[in-house]
Every structure is written in structure tokens, then in C-alpha cells.
Design a protein around this ligand. Structure first.
Ligand code: CA
Ligand code: CA
Length: 240
């Protein structure tokens, strides 16, 4: 190990690294932005489609934007913090991917989705800001304005609001899903404290559905279960 700045400055990299002894070597063999599906004891990787790989992704948020009962994604993309001579990695305008079931996703062009997040977005947050049963997006940009996109899907989803009286420890980490009359269910949606970079998860969820559900199932973070019966034509429910 060099003992002085002068000695360090005149050493080459091989000498410096040798002084640390044997080092563990790790190889990066996958750089694709991917989704890992929890398959009974192990995770199975699905690479997102090629258009999702054009720009680095900092955050992935889950919602059902078209309310068809299949979970969709919105990617927070672009990255400026790299060497100035390489230029910014800013090929994305923000991307929505519609879930197709079975773990695959289909990209939606910005022309169709309406997203125009041209700056560096570290995290988008999902909530139903106008309470119309369609998930909305608020996307922040580094040194740029925040964008609010109101969901325009034709189909309306079921809004579940967690009452503020439900204690935080019980609410954070809970999962919610819809139960259908044929005993099948929608994918579980998790509500948790962190939701990407410096963001807080919303305490409500808009749940899309394949068929009109019979109930909303809640599994609180302490394991306690709660069922809320769904009435015909009623789209908004509060858990307390
Ligand atoms: Ca969907
Ligand atoms: Ca909305």
C-alpha cells in the first residue's frame, strides 16, 4: 500500500490493486430493465420490450391504466448524471407498458399515451387525483417542472380508499385484490411506505377488473384479512 500521496501518484493500478490482496470479481451479464415474477419459490425474469430499453429506468410504478384487470407499468426514464462528453441518455418521453397477462408487457407510444416527460424523471407517482376511477400519474423532472397526467381510459375502475384512521403500521405493507364470482381473482396490489425515489405510496388504489367483482379482499400487514362486498354499480369503497 502506498504510504504517501507522492508514492500513490507514481504507482500504477496493478500495484495499487495488488496491495488489497485477492478481490472478489463480479461480472455483469444482464443490463436489460426487467420484471421478476415471483413463481412459487423463485423469481423468473422477463425483459421488458426493446422500446423500454432505449433509456435507463430509475423507477417502475404499477397500476392498471386501462382498468382491464391486468397490471400495467409506467417507467421513469432518462439519466443525465454521466460523463459530459458522452451526452445525456434521454431517448425516452416516459413509457407506459400494458400488461398482457402471463408476465409480458406491450409498450405504448408517447403519441398514444400522451406522456411527454422529456427530462430526467427519477420517479413517477400514481394516484387518482380527480377521483374518477382512473389512475393518474404525477412525474417529477430533475430541474424541470412536474407533470400531471389524468387517466383517460374508457373503462372505470373500482376505487378503494384506506381510511386515515387505519393505523400506519397496519396499512403499510397490506395487499388488496378483487375476488370474482367464479372464484378467480385480480393480481394483488401492494400498498407500502416507499414507492421509488423519495416518494410515498398513495393510500388508495384503483383496481381494474375483467368481470364485475363480488368482493374486495384486503390482507393487512399484520396478517388480518378483511372482505368488503362489492355492490352492483358502486365504484367507490372505504376500508376502515
Ligand atoms: Ca391493464
Ligand atoms: Ca383519475
Amino acid at each position: 500500500m502506498p504510504q504517501s500521496y507522492h508514492e500513490f501518484s507514481s504507482s500504477n493500478l496493478t500495484v495499487v490493486l495488488k496491495s488489497f490482496g485477492s478481490m472478489k470479481q463480479t461480472e455483469i451479464n444482464c443490463l436489460e430493465t426487467s420484471v421478476f415474477l415471483n413463481r412459487a419459490g423463485k423469481f423468473e425474469r422477463f425483459a421488458l420490450p426493446v422500446e423500454a430499453q432505449w433509456s435507463p429506468t430509475s423507477g417502475i410504478s404499477v397500476a392498471d391504466f386501462d382498468n382491464d384487470g391486468l397490471e400495467d407499468l409506467v417507467l421513469s426514464q432518462n439519466w443525465y448524471s454521466i460523463r459530459p462528453d458522452l451526452g445525456r441518455l434521454d431517448s425516452s418521453a416516459g413509457m407506459i407498458l400494458l400488461g398482457e397477462g402471463q408476465g409480458s408487457f406491450k409498450g405504448v407510444s408517447s403519441g398514444r399515451s400522451g406522456l411527454a416527460i422529456l427530462g430526467e424523471c427519477r420517479n413517477a407517482l400514481i394516484a387518482d387525483f380527480n377521483h374518477d376511477g382512473r389512475s393518474d400519474i404525477i412525474a417529477t423532472q430533475t430541474l424541470g417542472e412536474a407533470h400531471l397526467y389524468l387517466g383517460q381510459s374508457e373503462k372505470r375502475g373500482i376505487r378503494l380508499i384506506i381510511d386515515s384512521k387505519v393505523e400506519l403500521a397496519k396499512r403499510l405493507g397490506c395487499s388488496v385484490h378483487l375476488l370474482y364470482p367464479d372464484e378467480t381473482s385480480s393480481p394483488p396490489r401492494w400498498l407500502y411506505s416507499g414507492d421509488g425515489v423519495l416518494a410515498q405510496c398513495s393510500t388508495e388504489a384503483v383496481l381494474g377488473f375483467k368481470q364485475w367483482p363480488s368482493s374486495i379482499q384486503i390482507v393487512w400487514s399484520d396478517g388480518e384479512k378483511q372482505t368488503i362486498l362489492v355492490q352492483p354499480g358502486i365504484y367507490e369503497y372505504t376500508a376502515q
